[in-house]
Write a protein that binds this ligand. Structure first.
Ligand code: FAD
Length: 335
């Protein structure tokens, strides 16, 4: 087995549907750029199939050093058979030191498969990536044991280090286009070897109120909420502020709000301008979901609640009473 020092370049799999790149791929390009700057590696975008020019520009704007364009049979739609085979072959040929894959449904499916075939390690759901100059390993850092500790996961011997990262974990903050080189690869996969077929496609008709990832204002409700009957006043506050309702996991467990509104490690990662949290204790599993919010305001009746360690403004008091007061003050200020 080759020594890890003989592998080079960090790759990002650019997931797309032929019309647009998945935002997580762009987020990963920007974050992996930082790792490459620290390690001296080159950032390589791997693009399978055709991508519109404007979308390619978004990728290049992340400061990629190289693009590997792949064509061939078997990639008309995302499927594990062709893509896992492709990445196994490409990794064997070019020997990258890392391959980052967006933690989409597809990414979570195909990344461990090619990692297993190589074979190498695959880690998932990191909320932080750090390159360690001593070991030259990437530290994939994530909450563990119910958020009581942060686990640092590394792939200390094998290469490449494969990681799937949850959408929204990092920011798309492009550093600008660089001179980049291009490699073209043609890898045919026999279409009869693809074990899945798309029989039908129905666009997700998701209720707008359930799309909280890009909301600018979030009113997040915790287990302190008495029940569904108490919801209208918080909806009113959200409406006044042009925001959306979200929640912690216990409210989903209690059947008060749907899972799509859960913020945190197992839910959605949000980056609002304002996050107002009511009746939330401050478990790391939840806090990691809003740590990039510009301003955090929290309300809890317990002055020792951990959530007060993560806020810009903390209000000790009954959540319903504070919410009513907020509605009153905002309404009066606008009258
Ligand atoms: C692997 C794993 C993944 C997880 N992922 C997530 C996740 O993605 N998102 C998530 O949210 N959780 C997640 N959890 C659960 C998480 O650990 C916590 O249990 C959860 O976040 C607690 O939610 P909470 O703060 O609303 O509830 P609690 O911990 O029950 O806190 C309720 C708070 O409300 C306050 N309160 C009560 N009544 C009032 C009142 N009238 N006025 C003001 N304050 C009041 C209390 O003082 C208390 O601090 C995960 C757990 C595990 C093990």
């Amino acid at each position: 087995m080759k020594h890890k020092s003989e592998y080079k370049d960090m790759w990002v799999f650019i997931q797309h549907d032929g019309t647009a790149v998945e935002p997580v791929s762009l987020e990963l390009c920007c974050e992996t750029r930082k790792l490459c700057d620290a390690s001296g590696e080159e950032l390589v975008a791997v693009i399978v199939g055709k991508l519109p020019e404007a979308e390619l520009e978004k990728v290049l704007e992340c400061g990629v050093d190289k693009v590997i364009f792949v064509d061939g049979t078997g990639y008309e739609y995302l499927n594990c058979d062709a893509y896992a085979n492709l990445f196994t072959l490409l990794c064997r040929k070019y020997e990258p030191t890392a391959v980052m894959v967006g933690g989409t449904i597809f990414g979570r499916d195909f990344a461990p498969r090619f990692a297993c075939r190589l074979p190498t390690g695959c880690t998932s759901d990191a909320t932080e990536l750090v390159w360690d100059p001593k070991t030259t390993d990437i530290e994939f850092i994530e909450p563990a044991v119910g958020g009581k500790m942060m686990a640092v996961i590394t792939v200390p011997v094998m290469r490449p280090q494969v990681g799937t990262i949850r959408p929204g974990t990092f920011k798309y903050a492009p550093t600008g286009k660089k001179d980049y080189s291009v490699i073209h690869e043609t890898v045919d996969f026999p279409v009869e070897g693809i074990r899945t077929k798309i029989l039908d496609f129905k666009a997700d008709e998701m209720d707008e109120s359930l799309k909280i990832a890009d909301a600018e204002v979030i009113i997040c409700l915790g287990n302190g909420l008495k029940g569904a009957d108490a919801l209208p006043r918080y909806r009113k506050l959200a409406e006044l502020l042009g925001g959306k309702i979200a929640c912690t996991r216990p409210l989903f467990d209690r059947g008060v709000l749907p899972f799509k509104l859960v913020i945190g490690q197992s839910g959605v990662v949000v980056k609002p301008k304002i996050y107002i949290g009511f009746g939330i204790s401050g478990a790391v599993n939840h806090v990691t979901g809003f740590s990039d919010a510009d301003k955090v305001i929290v309300v809890n009746k317990d002055p020792d609640a951990a959530i007060f360690n993560y806020c810009d403004y903390g209000i000790v008091g009954d959540m319903d009473e504070v919410c009513e007061l907020m509605i009153e003050k905002i309404t009066a200020a606008r009258a």
